[in-house]
Design a protein. Structure first.
Length: 113
């Protein structure tokens, strides 16, 4: 069973940056894509970035140009670089093996002045 551990969340001012990390317990990136989702209070969980097993990134329009997903195969770690953060980016961010039931515990991101 794959375990995912997110880190890197916190409080940041509008316009600031954060980098989230997701460490996987197994070397799965060559087989599975990975994705980051977020869930804000009272809202549904939504995709913010995905990367296929072949390394192709995907972003929704809401974060395109601000967020970047990447991975380090040697470290079994996926990253989410978030720039130009807005208050509406405030949410709990989750890492997942894309299309599976494997999810991390989430890391909270708060964008506020």
């Amino acid at each position: 069973q794959v375990q995912l551990v997110e880190s890197g969340g916190g409080l940041v001012q509008p316009g600031g940056s954060l980098r989230l990390s997701c460490a996987a317990s197994e070397n799965i990136f060559s087989i599975w894509g990975m994705a980051w989702y977020r869930q804000a209070p009272g809202k549904q969980r939504e995709l913010v970035a995905g990367i296929t097993s072949g390394g192709s990134p995907h972003y929704p329009d809401s974060v395109k140009g601000r967020f970047t997903i990447s991975r380090d195969n040697a470290k079994n770690t996926v990253y989410l670089q978030m720039n130009s953060l807005k208050s509406e980016d405030t949410a709990v961010y989750y890492c997942t093996v894309w299309g599976t039931s494997y999810w991390g515990q989430g890391t909270r991101v708060t964008v506020s002045s």
